[in-house]
Design a protein around this ligand. Sequence first.
Ligand SMILES: [Zn+2]
Length: 321
Amino acid sequence: MRSRAPLTLALCAASILAGCAARGPVQAESALGSFCERLPRPEYASLSRHAASDDWFEVYELRPGTFAIYEPWQWQEVISWLIVGERRALLFDTGNGIDDITRVTAALTDLPITVLNSHGHADHVGGNHAYANVLSTMDDFSIARSRGLPHEAVAEEVSPAALCRGLPGGMVAADHRLRPYALTERVSDGERIDLGGRTLEVLEIPGHTPDSIALLERDGGYLWTGDTFYVGPIWLYAEETDFAAYRASLARLAALAPGLTALFPAHNTPEADPALLEMALAGFDAMRAGDIEAEPGWPGTVTYPVGPFSFLVREGVFDAP
Ligand SMILES: [Zn+2]
C-alpha cells in the first residue's frame, strides 16, 4: 500500500521534468499545486469524452468497444478498461472504489461483465466487490488482497493532498476502505478469453507485483500493460516488486512490440507507442548498468529518467550488499 512518503514522492515525481528536488511532508502541500495544475493532460485534448462520463469518471472510447475509464481528480490518475465483445465484456481493473464504477459500465454495455485485474494494488481493485465474476491467477498476492484493506491502509487515497476536487457526492472519506471481493475463476498464462468477436490473451508478467498480468488482443495489436509500463514514474520500490522478474516481463512485452499498434496503460494517459517498450527495456538495463544518473525524489528513493518516463526505486537498492 501507499504510504505518506510515496504520495509526496509522486507529487514530486510528477514534476520531475520541471526539476523537482527532494521534498519533505511539509513541501508536499506546495507540490500539490503541480499535481492538480497539470490537469487536464494535453494528451486528452485530441480525445472526445464519452457521454458516460460524469463528475468522477471520464470515459474515452479509444477504439470501437474499447473504453478507458479514467479517474483524473485523484492523484493516482488510474485508468480502468472496459473491453466489449459481441457476447460479453471484460473490465480490466475497477479503479479506486471511491465512486461507483458500475454506474459507468452499465451505461456502456448491457452485456455481462467479467472483471480481471492487472494486479492487486488497491487503486486497481477498488470496485471489484460490485461484480459477481472476478477472474484471477489465484496468486498469493491476489488472494491476500481480495480480503480487503481497512480504512487506515487506504486513508491517504482520499486525503485532501490526494485529490484535486472534492469527493463524489455521498462519499465520506472516513468510510473509504478496500472492500473484500470473491475471486471466482482462475486464469493462467496463455489463456484466451473469448468475448465474442474479440479474443484477449492473458500474459502473466510478474515484477511490479507477483500477480501482474497484461492483456493482448492480437487482432488489433493492442496490449494492456497495467502498471508494468505507463508514461510517468514507473513505481518499482514496493516490497512486492522483484527486479529480475520485472526485467524478464519487460523483455517479454518488448518482444511483442513489432506486432503491436497500441499500448493501453493503467495510469495517466490511455495510449502509448509500443516502441516505448523497447526503450523501457534498454533503459532498465542501462539503469542496472549504472549508465543513467539518478535524480533525487522523496528521501530514500530516486528516479532514473528514460525518455518520457522514469523508473522509481529505493535509494541504494542497486548498491552491492
Ligand atoms: Zn501498482
